[in-house]
Each structure stands twice: as structure tokens, then as C-alpha cells.
Design a protein around this ligand. Structure first.
Ligand code: HEM
Length: 121
């Protein structure tokens, strides 16, 4: 556990810095101060795991959709990470994003099988 996701996270970060040279220059102006924000933004912008299957355990309503026990639902982490109701300018890669009131842990799942390697990562 953790190898594929970590390889993806490091590779995606290198790719994003190369793709957005202006953001790379900003990051390099203060690498120590922006390291945590860069990691969170990279995981948000290009989550190594784009989504997770879940099996519904009790009658549930998601938006205007009813999901019955036993039915499967695919929770799209990548979509949640680009939700315009949560993230300002969601489709921009911003190494200086202010994470104070934002969910940093969506790329690591949710519930009892939440990623045990999150803090290490
Ligand atoms: C950026 C790096 C990583 C990402 C994005 C990531 C993401 C995830 C995700 C999305 C899950 C599924 C969670 C769920 O079902 O709700 C997961 C599970 C897990 N991760 Fe990670 N992971 C990362 C690194 C690591 C590392 C470094 C380790 C170990 C040292 C690790 C160990 C695990 C384990 C053991 C599980 C299964 C937990 C369970 O089923 O109870 N992960 N991870």
C-alpha cells in the first residue's frame, strides 16, 4: 500500500511544476514555506486516486438520487477536489492556495478504510 499513490503524487507534482512555470517560480521563491501547500495543491489538482467504490449500507439520498442498501456508488474524488462551491478557481493550479478552511484530506479517502499513510505522506 502506498507505493503507486506516492509515485503518482511525486510524478504529478513534478509534471505540474513543469507545466505551470509561473507557479514553479513562485514555489522556488519560498520552497520551505510553500512545500505543504504545494503538496496539498498537487494532490487536489491531480489526485493519484480519482475515485473509490462504496457499497451502500442503508437507504441514502445523494443530491436527488436514492441509493438502496447493497447498491454500489463511485465517489469521484477528482470531481470533489474541483468543486467550485468549495474551491476558489478550482481548475487553476495555485501553489499559494490558502488551505486554512479547505479540506486537505479528500485524496486520502473517507471512513473506516481512510488511508493510514496520510500523515506520513
Ligand atoms: C500521496 C500518497 C497517498 C495517497 C493519495 C493515498 C490514498 C489512499 C486512498 C484514497 C485510500 C483508500 C481510502 C478509502 O477507501 O477510503 C488509501 C488506503 C490505504 N493507504 Fe494510502 N495513500 C497514499 C500513501 C500511502 C502510504 C505512504 C501508505 C503506507 C505507508 C498508505 C497506506 C494505505 C493503506 C494501508 C490503505 C488501506 C486502508 C484500509 O483499507 O483500511 N498510503 N490510500
Amino acid at each position: 500500500a502506498g507505493i503507486g499513490t506516492t509515485i503518482g503524487a511525486i510524478g504529478n507534482t513534478a509534471y505540474l511544476l513543469d507545466r505551470y512555470p509561473e507557479q514553479k517560480a513562485r514555489f522556488l521563491s519560498d520552497p520551505e514555506g510553500l512545500a505543504r501547500s504545494l503538496a496539498a495543491e498537487s494532490l487536489r489538482f491531480e489526485s493519484p486516486i480519482s475515485g473509490l467504490w462504496r457499497t451502500c449500507s442503508r437507504p441514502t439520498r445523494i443530491g436527488d438520487l436514492d441509493v438502496e442498501p447493497g447498491e454500489k456508488a463511485f465517489a469521484v474524488i477528482s470531481a470533489a477536489n474541483h468543486d467550485p462551491q468549495v474551491f476558489d478557481r478550482p481548475d487553476e493550479f495555485l501553489v499559494e492556495r490558502d488551505w486554512a478552511n479547505l479540506p486537505m484530506n479528500l485524496p486520502f479517502g473517507q471512513g473506516i478504510h481512510f488511508c493510514v499513510g496520510m500523515n506520513l505522506s
